[in-house]
Design a protein. Structure first.
Length: 409
C-alpha cells in the first residue's frame, strides 16, 4: 500500500523503532509469505493502515495487508477492527486460524512459537486471497490482552412455580452462555441440563478456557418463558448461579405419550397429554383433538372413547396450579399410501363456548408411513412437519441465541 502506517509508542512496540518513529508499509505485503515484519506487540496496541490497490489498478486489484507479529506464547488477545474490513490470523505455516465476526471481533491465543501473522482484507474477502469487491481505504486494528480464564459456571433450571427441575433428557431445554461488553453479548457455548436440571460450563465451544469478564445466561425450555441472568466472573472463579427459575405459561401441555400401541401395519392410536393450569383460577371447559392427513388436507376429530360411533370430547375442570390428564383415540388405517403424514393437535376451550373460546392450542406429534410401515415421528421431525402445515398449530419454535443486546439494569 502507498499510505504510511504509524506506530505509537504507547500502544504498539515495533522491534528496533523508537517511540516516535513512523514505519512505512512496504509492498508487496499482500500474501502471508510476503508479510511485513512488525515485531513484538505489547497490548493494548493499535495498528493503522489502508487498503489501496497499486497505482493505476484501483478497479481490478483488491489489496490485502499481511503483518508478521510476535507476542507472549499462550497470550490471549482480543482483536477488533472498527472500520468494517475482515481480520484474519494465520499460524507459522500460513494456515488461516481464525476470522473476525460480523461485528469485527476476533479472540486469539498466541501459539507456542510466539509468532503469528495478522491480515486485513476487504469485508467480502474472508479467505484473504485478494478476491474482494472493493478497496475500502483506511482501517484501524486494536489488539488487547484478554483476562485470565474463569473456573466454571453452573446452575440448575427449575420450574418457577413448583420448583421441580427442568430435565434436559425428557424435554427440550437449553442454556446458552454469552460473553458481554458494554453494548452486546456474543455466544460462548451452550448445553442441555441433565436429568436433575443441572448445567455446568468450563470450556467454550472450541474447547478453550473461558476468559473472565461479564456474561449472560439465556435459559430456555419448551412451554416456558425465556429467562436471562447477567453476572460477572473473575479469573479462576467458579460461579454457581443456583436455581434459574423459568416461568411457565398460563396453560401448558406436557407429558405427551403418543401412540405407543400402534403397530407398523396400523391400528388404534391412543395418546394422552397432561394439561397444566398455572393460573389462580379454576379452568372449566373442553379439550378436543384434531387429526389431519397433511397429504390431502383431510381432517377429523379424535375421541376420548377407543371404540364406537360419534366423537366424545374431554370435559375438564382443572383447579388452580393443578393438572389434568386427557386421553384420545383414533384409528390409523393400514391402507395409507407410502410417504403419508398424519399430525395431531390439542386445543383447550373454556365454558360457556369451548369450541369458540380457545385459550391454548398446540401441535402434539406426527405419524408417517414408509415402506417399513407406520411410525411415530420424533420431536424434531414432528415439529418440522407441524410448522409446515397451515392447518395445524405448530409446537412453539425456540430460536438459538446469537449476538444480542445486553439487558439494561
Amino acid at each position: 500500500m502507498r499510505q504510511l502506517s504509524r506506530v505509537l509508542a504507547t500502544v504498539v512496540i515495533v522491534t528496533g523503532l523508537c517511540s516516535s518513529a513512523l514505519a512505512q508499509d512496504i509492498e508487496p505485503n499482500s500474501s502471508c509469505a510476503s508479510a511485513q515484519e512488525r515485531g513484538l506487540i505489547a497490548p493494548p496496541a493499535l495498528l493503522d493502515g489502508s487498503l489501496d490497490a497499486p497505482e493505476g489498478d484501483e478497479v481490478t486489484t483488491t489489496d490485502v495487508d499481511f503483518f508478521r507479529l510476535s507476542g507472549a506464547p499462550g497470550q490471549s488477545l482480543a482483536i477488533r477492527i472498527a472500520t468494517g474490513q475482515s481480520v484474519g490470523v494465520f499460524d507459522g505455516d500460513c494456515t488461516l486460524q481464525a476470522v473476525s465476526s460480523a461485528e469485527g471481533k476476533l479472540a486469539f491465543r498466541v501459539p507456542a512459537s510466539g509468532r503469528f501473522t495478522l491480515a486485513v482484507a476487504d469485508p467480502f474477502d474472508n479467505s484473504f486471497s485478494g478476491n474482494g469487491s472493493a478497496n475500502s481505504g483506511a482501517y484501524e486494528v486494536s489488539l488487547e490482552e484478554l483476562p485470565g480464564s474463569i473456573g466454571s459456571v453452573s446452575g440448575r433450571l427449575v420450574d418457577a412455580i413448583t420448583g421441580e427441575p427442568l430435565r434436559g433428557d425428557t424435554m427440550f431445554a437449553r442454556v446458552d452462555l454469552l460473553s458481554c461488553d458494554a453494548i452486546s453479548c456474543s455466544p460462548v457455548t451452550s448445553g442441555s441440563p441433565d436429568a436433575l436440571g443441572h448445567f455446568r460450563f468450563e470450556l467454550d465451544a472450541q474447547n478453550e478456557r473461558i476468559p473472565a469478564g461479564a456474561f449472560l445466561i439465556v435459559a430456555i425450555a419448551d412451554n416456558y418463558q425465556t429467562e436471562l441472568e447477567d453476572f460477572n466472573a473473575a479469573e479462576g472463579e467458579d460461579v454457581d448461579l443456583g436455581d434459574v427459575a423459568l416461568s411457565p405459561p398460563a396453560i401448558a401441555f406436557s407429558d405427551l405419550r403418543a401412540c405407543s400401541g400402534v403397530l407398523p401395519q396400523g391400528g388404534v392410536c391412543q395418546y394422552s397429554v397432561r394439561i397444566r393450569n398455572n393460573t389462580s383460577e379454576v379452568l372449566r371447559g373442553q379439550a378436543h383433538s384434531i387429526v389431519i392427513n397433511l397429504n390431502n388436507q383431510s381432517l377429523f376429530e379424535a375421541s376420548t372413547r377407543p371404540t364406537g360411533t360419534g366423537v366424545q370430547r374431554a370435559a375438564v375442570a382443572i383447579p388452580a396450579r393443578s393438572t389434568h390428564d386427557v386421553t384420545f383415540h383414533f384409528t390409523v388405517p393400514s391402507f395409507l399410501p407410502i410417504d403419508s403424514t398424519i399430525c395431531v393437535d390439542l386445543a383447550l376451550g373454556l365454558n360457556p363456548s369451548p369450541l369458540f373460546n380457545l385459550v391454548h392450542q398446540e401441535g402434539l406429534f406426527c405419524i408417517t408411513k414408509s415402506i417399513f410401515g407406520l411410525r411415530v415421528m420424533g420431536e424434531q421431525e414432528s415439529r418440522t412437519a407441524l410448522e409446515g402445515s397451515s392447518r395445524m398449530a405448530p409446537r412453539r419454535a425456540i430460536p438459538r441465541s446469537s449476538a444480542i443486546q445486553r439487558p439494561q439494569k
